[in-house]
Design a binder for this molecule. Structure first.
Ligand code: SAH
Length: 692
């Protein structure tokens, strides 16, 4: 069987559908899965085990047989815990076939085949009865179906169904309950992920301020969850305006309803400020008493010493529809609305006389509609991209570079997605800059131009660079070609080299003395030790005494299937690491020339300068706007002698995990890592190999 997989082609900037064998999807899924991260999550595993033991004991103490239903068994871990704890029988349900197969092997290897039946079905397809998948209903319900938003992986409908058909009334549930917490904050940094801030442009004839259109100001944004490693957000980047408040709880031992609903709490700000963001996380109580608690609370709520790092559960950032000035001590109503899979928030001032009316309004279902972007900016720009466009420092670098090269008679073409460069170019004196984007949200640009009296000042060319015709440019030659470069289809840093391909495609339209900005780009590389990120790709061996090597082998096999010579994107501001080598420039790309026919390759070695474990190499791009103006999409600086790295907070860097880790101890005799890196100009992809 064949499947079609969508992949952006970095040489054309467009999506292509490649035919892949049926194994492809499955290997991708396993290789990039969170199973390893879950197995490394000691805190989670220990607490599940405690909760399961306690639940089995409670059932046994009642003189009943312990029949367990484990929905989403994955490796079979929680069923094996139950069987070890004395459960009489476990039904382990797993919808993902390769995982169900793995669970069978792991269960067998650990000697539980007679106690655990693995069923490769979605739980809603499972049948109960003498000829069914399950002989009888279970009296212990064990699951781990949660994502960072708690309900995003469909936990509610799954529980709703299980309580109706698969478990007995009054069953024990592990976890017993989940509670969602919120805290109201003001944060310019996080707010910059949702709103476009005014942009200050210092032009020769004075400062101009570009403002977002009102449609954008009042837009509720997109419903997708914003989940981040909140523990990496320094306390200087936000102000808490309220205490931590319990928003809602779900008791998993009772019937669960998944139908859309809302929860409301009253809160009083502890500080006056601008309410912009609701930070949220949850905890789960593994037993009814709440003694066994596993929490995602961030560092300022929980002592740092007790923090367990994990990537499969993080924290959520919710953006209020509008910024709301609030006063210390005033009464506010915070509403969490949810449908089956997602949550969103609303904040209102609670005025006594309006309380009732507001209640009625909500009963009428006013808030049950999830946020939908009306201004289109939230469809064009994702949250990191909003942050990047709002980065005045970065904008300033482009302004400085543009000011040097633009002349009143410049014919300027911008090639970048959703970029403000053409607008900047106009403010800085270019008469009528043109732009080609891969996606043109007309209404958005019309509104933006109108808000800034820029109608007809910027020409949008609706042709891909390779289809550009002289008439698009009114038969003029381009004297200034600019790009950030940024393209929405890029996954890895070097995919933005599409700018180079586009520049090559428009060659015949360039004036002989054209200025290309950026003039060049370079690929940089550094060897690092990760504080935690290594866990997501590292074998586990045994987990709470159970042999899960089958899973390790499966992941390794899938990594080797296709990905072994590939890097993966990660936003490293969320994943601390220390540099073990100096950053090294490994390849350069000259945008003043066309893309060459031949590959660009390099080989070399890099010395390890610090003690540490070499988990992998990080790669990123730097763009050289002028001889002395560069922007880095990766390393910003190494901030201390220990090698702590500061990364660009808006971009993902490429991480290449080494298949084996070396520990460098001695500095007098430096160890070196040799590398071979090849940029294939035909495909736009980079292949790499490292030897330790
Ligand atoms: N229980 C394991 C794995 C948890 S990951 C552990 O704790 O380590 C969740 C797993 O549940 C995934 O493998 C997913 O494929 C599966 N899953 C999610 N919803 C399901 C459902 N309704 N029925 C069956 N499997 C489900």
């Amino acid at each position: 069987m064949k499947t079609f997989c969508g992949r952006a082609n970095p040489t054309t900037g467009s999506m292509e559908w490649l035919e892949e064998g049926e194994d492809y999807d499955y290997h991708q899924e396993i290789a990039r899965s969170r199973y390893a991260d879950m197995l490394h999550d000691k805190d989670r595993n220990v607490k599940y085990y405690q909760g399961i033991r306690a639940a089995v004991s409670r059932v046994k103490d009642r003189g009943e047989k312990a029949i367990v239903l484990d929905i989403g068994t994955g490796t079979g871990l929680l069923s094996m815990m139950a069987a070890s704890a004395g459960a009489d029988f476990c039904y382990a349900i797993e919808v993902f076939k390769p995982m169900a197969n793995a669970a069978v092997k792991i269960v067998e290897k650990n000697g539980f085949s007679d106690k655990i039946k693995v069923i490769n079905k979605h739980s809603t397809e499972v049948t109960v009865g003498p000829d069914g998948d399950m002989q009888c209903q279970a009296n212990i319900l064990v699951t781990e179906l949660f994502d960072t938003e708690l309900i995003g992986e469909g936990a509610l409908p799954t529980y709703e169904h299980a309580h109706k058909y698969l478990v007995q009334e009054g069953c024990e549930a592990v976890p017993h309950r989940a509670t969602v917490y919120v805290q109201l904050v003001e944060s310019k940094r996080m707010w910059s992920w949702k709103k476009l801030f005014p942009i200050h442009v210092e032009a020769e004839d004075g400062e101009k301020i570009l403002v977002p259109p009102s449609e954008m100001e009042n837009c509720p944004g997109v419903p997708s969850v914003c989940d981040i490693q909140l523990n990496q957000m320094p306390s200087s980047d936000f102000t808490t305006l309220s205490d931590v408040v319990t928003m809602f709880s779900v008791d998993f031992s009772k019937p669960v309803q998944s139908a859309p609903t809302y929860y409301r709490v009253q809160l009083e700000p502890v500080k006056s400020g601008k309410a912009q963001i609701v930070l949220s996380w949850w905890d789960i109580d593994m037993d009814p008493s709440g003694m066994i608690n596993c929490t995602m609370a961030p560092y300022w709520v929980k002592p740092t010493s007790a923090l367990q790092w994990r990537d499969h559960w993080m924290q959520c950032v919710y953006f209020l529809p509008n910024e709301e000035p609030v006063l210390q001590g005033e009464k506010l109503l915070l509403t969490a609305c949810r449908d089956e899979y997602s949550v969103w928030y609303n904040l209102q001032k609670a005025r006594e006389e309006e309380n009732k009316a507001a209640e009625e309004e909500h009963k009428a279902g006013v808030c049950v509609e999830s946020p939908v972007c009306r201004c289109r900016a939230h469809l064009l720009w994702n949250r990191p991209r909003f942050g990047e466009l709002n980065d005045q420092n970065r904008t300033h670098q482009y302004i400085k570079a543009l000011r040097r090269v633009l002349k009143p008679d410049s014919v300027c073409l911008c090639i970048s997605d959703g970029s403000l460069l053409a607008v900047l170019a106009h403010c800085l004196g270019a008469k009528q800059p043109s732009r080609t984007d891969l996606y043109h949200p007309h209404e958005l640009w019309q509104a933006f131009f109108k808000a800034n009296q820029l109608e007809d000042k910027i020409k949008i060319i609706e042709a891909r660079p390779e289809l550009l015709k002289p008439y698009h440019l009114e038969d003029k030659k381009i004297s200034v070609l600019v790009g950030e470069p940024f393209f929405t289809t890029s996954l890895l840093p070097w995919h933005n080299l599409y700018f180079w391909y586009a520049r090559t495609a428009v060659s015949t339209h360039l004036a002989s003395n054209v200025t290309v900005l950026p003039q060049s780009a370079s690929l940089h590389m550094m060897i690092v030790e990760f504080q935690d990120l290594w866990r997501i790709r590292s074998p586990c061996g045994t987990c709470e005494g159970f042999d899960v090597q089958t899973m390790d082998d499966m992941i390794k096999n899938s990594l080797n299937f296709r990905e072994s010579k590939e890097a993966e994107p990660h936003p490293l501001w969320e994943y601390p690491c220390k540099s073990l080598s100096d950053p090294q420039e490994v390849l350069t790309f000259d945008f003043t020339k066309t893309v060459p026919q031949h590959c660009l390759s390099t080989e070399g070695s890099v010395n390890l300068l610090r003690k540490g474990k070499s988990h992998g190499a990080v790669l990123w791009m730097e763009y050289h706007l002028a001889a002395d103006i560069s922007v880095s999409t990766g390393l910003v600086q190494i901030s201390n002698e220990k090698g702590s790295c500061e990364w660009n907070p808006h971009c993902k860097q490429a991480v290449y995990f080494f298949s084996s880790v070396i520990e460098s101890e001695i500095l007098s005799d430096p160890t070196a890592v040799t590398y071979a890196i090849n940029f294939d100009t035909k495909t736009g992809e980079i292949a790499m190999d490292f030897k330790l």
